[in-house]
Design a protein around this ligand. Structure first.
Ligand code: GLP
Length: 275
């Protein structure tokens, strides 16, 4: 079944119109189209900001429903509009929430005095966590006790919501290709294409850039009550299409494809997916 939703200029969903048939066409202005593909809700918004606004709406709805929710947040360029929206919404009450992030770089063994890159802790503080209340858990602080980080996330029947981006090679957090659906929080070698994507040629050639990271595993991500995956920009279209194509079974080559096994997955894009 396909659901057609339209959104107002402020990003609020205005109407829901059940219909038959399939569509992946963008509507006018701020409208968007959703379709159900094997239980996955695919939502195509008009642009990256509209994706961010809709993602922020999901977070706001959860905070309203469950003020002590546990939420896992992603880094990267894709979620920036969501963070900008969330930090400008003073009505949100974060006081009881428990906030986690997905992954963190591990500095190289000869750690320079000043790292030539931004850590994900710095990113999370800059983008949202320094603006809001709530209990904040930094994965980099648990590098010697991953089990404790997992336990915090799984407390109170959590995680309630995991928000994700997708890497160009299909990675989720830093679950690089080869990651199994029952993988746990762990140290992982970054794929060369990930180093290239995140740090460019400089990151590949110069010392001081990370070659490893710590990441939440697919098992804990899949334990979420709800997963929201954000993908924007034409560069992410191919890998998103590949990951969520209902005709391809989930596989190790594309860790994002394991998400198809989840019963409450929303994929928010600003491009069309054709199945
Ligand atoms: C990094 C992060 C991922 C993120 C991905 C995509 O590798 N570990 O969690 O999803 O980048 O980032 P971007 O949104 O900048 O494309």
């Amino acid at each position: 079944m396909m659901l057609l939703k339209t959104v107002q200029a402020n990003g609020m969903i205005e109407t829901i119109q059940p219909s038959t048939g399939r569509s992946n066409q963008l509507g006018d202005g701020n409208s968007l189209v959703t379709q159900d593909a094997s239980g996955i809700q695919l939502i195509q918004a008009s642009d990256a900001q509209a994706v961010g606004t809709l993602a922020a709406e999901h977070v706001a709805a959860l905070l309203e429903e469950k003020p002590d929710a546990s939420i896992v947040f992603p880094t990267g360029k894709t979620p920036l509009p969501m963070y900008k929206t969330l930090r400008h919404w003073p009505h949100l009450d974060w006081r009881q929430t428990r906030l986690f992030h997905l992954d963190e770089y591990v500095p190289p063994p000869q750690r320079p005095k000043v790292l030539p890159y931004e850590t994900y802790e710095q990113y999370m503080r800059r983008e949202l966590w320094d603006y809001i209340a709530g209990s904040k858990y930094f994965l980099g602080h648990y590098i010697h006790d991953f089990a404790a980080y997992e336990q915090e996330i799984l407390k109170n029947d959590g995680p309630d919501l995991v928000i994700l981006g997708i890497g160009n090679n299909g990675h989720i957090a830093f679950n690089e290709p080869g990651s199994s659906p029952d993988s746990l929080c762990r140290l992982i070698d970054l794929a060369p294409e990930t180093i290239q994507a995140n740090f460019g040629a400089e990151g590949m050639q110069r010392s001081g850039y990370p070659r490893q990271a710590v990441t939440l595993g697919m098992k804990t991500i899949l334990a979420a009550k709800k997963i929201l995956l954000l993908a924007t920009g034409s560069g992410k279209q191919g890998i998103t299409q590949q990951a969520f194509d209902p005709s391809t079974p989930p596989n190790l080559n594309c860790p994002a494809s394991w998400l198809k096994q989840h019963s409450n997955l929303v994929v928010l894009t600003d491009f069309a997916l054709c199945f």
